[in-house]
Design a protein around this ligand. Sequence first.
Ligand code: MN
Length: 149
Amino acid sequence: MKLDEYKSKRDFSKTREPDGSGTKESPQQFQFVIQKHDASHLHYDFRLEIDGVLKSWAVPKGVPLESNIKRLAVQTEDHPLDYINFEGEIPKGQYGAGTVHIVDSGNFTLHSHDLKKIEFELAGSTYFGKYVLIHTSENNWLMFRKKEA
Ligand code: MN
């Protein structure tokens, strides 16, 4: 199952994070979220709805707003769709313990998607425009915003 790794890391009797049993409210729209995650190391979780789950990356320095910046994005396990609304505290002792705060969310258009490259256009309130994720090695990707034509 797609979410096995996600579920195996968490005890849902102890954390309020979604357990993966939820359903999506508007299935015709694809959504993204950026969550500031103040855990053992502060990072930003970037999640794109692809193939019925949230494909996820931890971006230590945050999603770039400008086109001349490349950021490391480390792919993490797929998350359930309703994680898009999750904010709050992950209890001590639980995987990812700390606080989660939504920085931005909204719809996006998926332009292309394969194992090496994902091209998409965000339509959030702070983060918008065309972006690219390029696979480099293992779980490592590079993320950047494309220059406007
Ligand atoms: Mn995280």
